[in-house]
Design a protein around this ligand. Sequence first.
Ligand code: SF4
Length: 238
Amino acid sequence: MPRSSDWSDLVSDVVKLTIDGREITVPKGTTILDAAAQVGIDIPAICYHPHLTANGLCRVCSVDVGGRVQAAACVTQCAEGMNVQTQSEKVQRGRRTILELLASTVDLAEAPEILALLEEYGADGERFAGGERRTAPVYDDNPFYIRDYNQCINCWRCVQVCAEDAQFTFALNFDGRGFHTQIATFDGDPMPDTTCVFCGQCVGACPTGALKPKRQALLEQGISPDEIFYQTRPKRRA
Ligand code: SF4
């Protein structure tokens, strides 16, 4: 039989843990990422967005939990007695390698937050130069936004925001497997033939230049606002 003090542990709604040497007590169910933020410790993340379901996909937020490195802080819940290190040498090396692999496979030129992380962690974007890159056509199939999956890091934010996290439209999903996984419409249909309502939330949630407003893309190409207006205005039906 547990002692009475053990019973109070069993029914307790909080857990006590240590993050980078700082003791903290948080409600059960709190993620390591949120607990760290409460004591002012900023854990980097790429796929995570505070208003979307966390999926632990990019693994950049991985922290050392009692000697294990690959615990994604955005989805791992705090547990009683946990000892978390967010900046150990192993953790930093893991983040550096993830960032270097990303740089070797995807065009990050329009992903300033990820480029800043590469610099912060001393990642060498050329370390895996020559490795296979994930390439895709650029989809320019509607008047509102362009999809350039050469810049896509498969963070899944656009899929989540299009689905249960916000819009409930389900126009996007994953296609392919492993290295060749990419975001796509069902059957690869052009966006106007899907359930997309062109709300633009996917564009707003995208952390890279993979999803870009059409007007922005045209302005960057040096096209004047007047020409853009005529190019993108809805056409009258006959
Ligand atoms: S298109 Fe953007 S939001 Fe969607 S998975 Fe790729 S990087 Fe993430």
